[in-house]
Structure formats: C-alpha cells, structure tokens
Design a protein around this ligand. Structure first.
Ligand SMILES: [Cu+2]
Length: 162
C-alpha cells in the first residue's frame, strides 16, 4: 500500500516537472500555447479570413457577399455616404466603380492608415476591425480632386450600450 502511494507521488512529481519544463520552453507559456491556434491570428470577414494587423484588399469580386457594406462610386460621389458599425466590429466594405475613373479609397484616421482599396470598373472589398474608439471616421478617394468633388464618406463607430 505504501509503495503504491509512493509510486503515485513520484509520477505526479514527474508530470509536474514535464509541465513546468514545457511551460518554460513554449512562447507565451503552456496556456498561451494551448489557447492560441492559427485561427486566432486571422479573423473572418465577409470575404473570408484576413489578418487584422494587415488588412488587404480583395481581388476583383464577382459578387458582393450580403454581409458586406456595398458602396458605389459614381459621378464624384459615394453611395451611401455613411454607415454605422460597433467598436471593434469586423467591417467588410465593398466598393464598386461606376465610371471609367480609378479610385483609391483611404481613411483619414491614423488608426486606419493601413486600409487602402484600389477600385476601377469592378468591385473590390476589404475587411478590417473597426476602431475601439467611438467616433466618426472619414473615408475618401485619394485620386486627384475626387475628394473635393464629393468622394467622401463617414463610418460612424457607435457603442450600442451608450
Ligand atoms: Cu475617386
């Protein structure tokens, strides 16, 4: 009986030792390793998975998924000119050029400086995570005088509990 208890005791010490060793070896510790998977480094938007740290425009789209906010660019105007999201919500935008002009869509806010979508006579989208800070975020076309001509819109980030 005593031998069995001693045996279990030794096994437990070995297990604890192995866990401690693993914890010291793995980046972010054992729990960090177990809870992080490849899934966590990407987020899923209307156009599929994307890297929130580095949002990229999509290839030209055949169809725009229903979950995406679709904005057309025609006659120096965006339609619609505004839309509303929640803080840190995944936002998927799809732009469609209606004229022969090309457009480069950007946001003015520093926190969204990595958003850039080049649009011609086709639809192209981008997914990103909305800012944490509620407020109005201006997006515009950075080609020539397009912005002055009216290619400007606003993304309202509103906390639903306020
Ligand atoms: Cu433009």
């Amino acid at each position: 009986m005593k031998k069995t208890i001693l045996f279990i005791f030794i096994v437990l010490i070995i297990i604890a030792g192995v866990l401690w060793w693993l914890d010291s070896r793995l980046e972010g510790g054992l729990m960090g390793y177990l809870t992080s998977s490849e899934e966590n480094s990407t987020t899923t938007g209307a156009f599929g998975k994307f890297d929130p740290e580095n949002p990229q425009e999509t290839y030209p789209l055949e169809e725009v998924p229903e979950k995406a906010v679709q904005i057309t660019i025609s006659n120096d105007a965006f339609e619609p000119t505004e839309f509303t999201v929640q803080p840190e919500q995944v936002v998927s935008l799809a732009f469609e050029g209606k004229s022969e002009a090309s457009h480069i869509i950007k946001f003015t806010d520093e926190s969204l400086s990595n958003i850039r979508v080049v649009v011609g006579q086709y639809k192209r989208g981008i997914s990103f995570v909305a800012p944490k800070e509620p407020g109005d975020y201006i997006f515009y076309c950075d080609v020539g005088d397009h912005r002055e001509s009216g290619e400007e819109g606003v993304m309202h980030v509103i906390n639903p509990t306020q």
